[in-house]
Design a protein around this ligand. Sequence first.
Ligand SMILES: [Zn+2]
Length: 119
Amino acid sequence: MLKKERFCQDRLFGERGGMKIKTKDTVIVNKGKDVGKTGRVEKLILKNQRVVVSGVNIYKKHGRPTKKNPKGGIIDVTMPIRIENVTLVCPHCSKPARVGYKINKDNKIRVCKKCGDQV
Ligand SMILES: [Zn+2]
């Protein structure tokens, strides 16, 4: 029982299985080739626990000519990164924040554990 609870926390799952990161959040990368970079979360990929962060984890890809890119050639592709490799940056204190939850009336709100503000 205890072991299982700890496992859930490690995986960054909330109580109801949701992820602590949401789209439009600003996150900082803490692992991999882009350590220290920050960007905005563009997309969540729930099924494999990854996020697409603008400006992070960009790979060059050789593309064939298409209507959008008539010359073809090298294009930048933003690849998803594992959610545990990013940390939410609190918009209030501008620091990588640990996230907690508070019950406010009937709503569960996400809060920064550093400054206590809603994020
Ligand atoms: Zn904060």
